[in-house]
Design a protein around this ligand. Structure first.
Ligand SMILES: [Fe+2]
Length: 286
């Protein structure tokens, strides 16, 4: 049976892609951010996941404001990237796993999530930059199921709905018959606002609160309505919805193994967390 090894939350700011291409890892501006991935590299090398479910928001590469699903699940054998601008190179394609995708889709629909199914899907920097950060080498060792959450066009889904989406995905992973070690990732955030009167807004205290609550009591975060969350985290800080879904998919006992928080990367509070997921059955047997 498939098993969930844990979750990673990470920022996906486009300028990271340019910094990787320009090899700025040791540049004083970038080093505090990139060094936060040293732990991630060691953990992934030990855990060796085979598959990854990644919650992210599309920024206009595959979906645009004219047609923007609240939740969309990829079911393609391969996910390509294209030129998004910002000077970031076009990424290599990411391998998909259609059979695993359809199992997740079946479970989500049975759980009454009315998702959009995508047998062709471009993935943007919100998928490719986290991949490049987690596996900086020549080869990406996982096949992915990308799950898009609308954090762009209002009305947005609630934090509680995204947590429930993640829980359904977690149940789906654990009921999948193949012996896969599955990593779950949520990308985006943390606090930032790119436009309007509050452009440049960052809220360190609220970011810390969100990361603390995410580990042990994610339900406590569902008390924030979307408008309230945007007031506290910024208009684009609401990308934290992807982190909520990631946390929801961790079905076992969850512990934080690693956290890095750095201000700023571009106009964004950059954060990386690694959460361990210990299956409850394993804990009972111990
Ligand atoms: Fe974003």
């Amino acid at each position: 049976m498939a098993r969930i090894i844990g979750g990673i939350g990470t920022t996906h700011v486009p300028s990271i892609g340019k910094a990787i291409a320009d090899k700025k890892h040791d540049d004083p501006y970038w080093k505090p951010f990139f060094s936060g991935f040293d732990y991630v590299h060691g953990w992934l090398a030990r855990e060796r996941p085979d598959a990854m479910v990644i919650f992210y928001n599309d920024h206009g590469l595959n979906f645009f404001l004219d047609k923007l699903p609240t939740f969309a699940v990829g079911a393609a054998p391969e996910y390509r990237n294209e030129d998004e601008g910002w000077g970031i190179p076009v990424s290599r394609a990411v391998a998909g796993d259609p059979d695993f995708s359809w199992h997740l889709i079946d479970t989500l629909v049975a759980d009454e999530f009315d998702i959009t199914m995508c047998q062709e899907m471009l993935v943007d920097h919100a998928v490719t930059i986290p991949m490049a950060l987690m596996w900086p080498g020549e080869r990406w060792p996982v096949k992915i199921v990308p799950i898009e959450i609308n954090t762009v066009q209002h009305p947005l889904p609630s934090l509680g709905r995204c947590l429930a989406l993640g829980r359904s995905v977690g149940r789906a992973i654990e009921s999948y018959a193949r012996d896969l070690k599955v990593l779950v990732v949520g990308t985006g955030g943390l606090s930032h606002q790119l436009d309007g009167e509050r452009a440049g807004f960052i809220n360190k205290e609220f970011d810390q609160l969100c990361m603390d609550r995410l580990v042990a009591e994610p339900e406590a975060l569902t008390r924030y309505a979307i408008r309230e969350f945007i007031e506290l985290a910024g208009a684009q800080g609401v990308e934290f919805l992807n982190w909520m879904a990631m946390r929801g998919a961790l079905t076992g006992s969850v512990a934080q193994l690693h956290r890095n928080y750095h201000i700023p990367i571009s106009n964004t509070a950059a954060a990386t967390v690694v959460l361990e997921n210990r299956p409850r059955a394993e804990l009972r047997a111990a």
